[in-house]
Write a protein that binds this ligand. Structure first.
Ligand SMILES: *[C@@H]1O[C@H](CO)[C@@H](O)[C@H](O)[C@H]1NC(C)=O
Length: 218
């Protein structure tokens, strides 16, 4: 079946990944929804125990970083097949087995994993961690990926790492990683909102400047 752009659905879950495709023209295809779902998410508290568990389990996850990235992405396409339509690179790849070997998909998966890697490395430098996440949230505004979907990446990650950690996957481990993703989600949301405000101010200033410029000309 040939799918033209008109039949292409916009999957909100795919938008999560737009920031990974820096400079990708497709991000401009989705109209920006200003003011989209910005309710307050309470900032969760990462305890020292959470940090230790995350750092400890990350060692094993890191050895499988490429694999987890692929499983995470394929999982997204399995749960939401319409995502393939948005990522034009993968649109024509019919079966998920071939997708697994797709170089672009592997690269995308690794980018997400490297972000998580950086976050884990900054667990004891919260200011640097917050800045990293805040910047990610800002780029999500620019790539038009609204906050309400960020947690799905966490869900796919958790699904992907469970079989890798085998017996080491416990309810404590699950809680620690969920807390980290909730933390990331809430700070990203702040970044998104900040960037939205900045863009609005810039637009308002541009509007204000125009008449002055005209006056100068006269
Ligand atoms: C489980 O944890 C132990 C102790 O941290 C570690 O040596 C081992 O590699 C882990 N195994 C898996 C499958 O995660």
């Amino acid at each position: 079946m040939i799918k033209g752009p008109s039949t292409r659905k916009t999957c909100t879950f795919c938008k999560i990944f737009f920031f990974l495709e820096m400079g990708c023209a497709i991000s401009g295809l989705v109209p920006k929804q200003v003011g989209d779902v910005i309710d307050d998410v309470p900032i969760v508290h990462l305890t020292d125990e959470h940090r230790e568990i995350i750092k400890e389990t990350w060692k094993v996850i890191q050895e499988n970083i490429a694999k987890v990235g692929i499983i995470m992405f394929v999982g997204l396409f399995e749960t939401h097949p319409e995502c393939k339509d948005v990522f034009f690179l993968f649109r024509d790849v019919e079966d998920l087995e071939r997708l697994r070997n797709n170089k672009e998909l592997q690269t995308h998966g690794l980018r997400i994993m490297h972000f998580i890697e950086k976050s884990v490395a900054r667990l004891n430098q919260m200011e640097r961690l917050d800045q990293l996440i805040l910047d990610l949230g800002k780029s999500h505004y620019r790539y038009n990926s609204p906050p309400k979907y960020y947690m799905y990446v966490g869900a796919e990650f958790i699904r992907a790492v469970q079989p890798i950690l085998k017996d080491n996957w416990t309810s404590e481990v699950e809680e620690a990683w969920k807390t980290l993703f909730l933390y990331i989600t809430s700070i990203m949301k702040q970044g998104y909102v900040e960037e939205e405000k900045n863009q609005r101010n810039t637009m308002a200033n541009t509007r204000r400047e125009r008449p002055e410029k005209r006056l100068n000309v006269i």
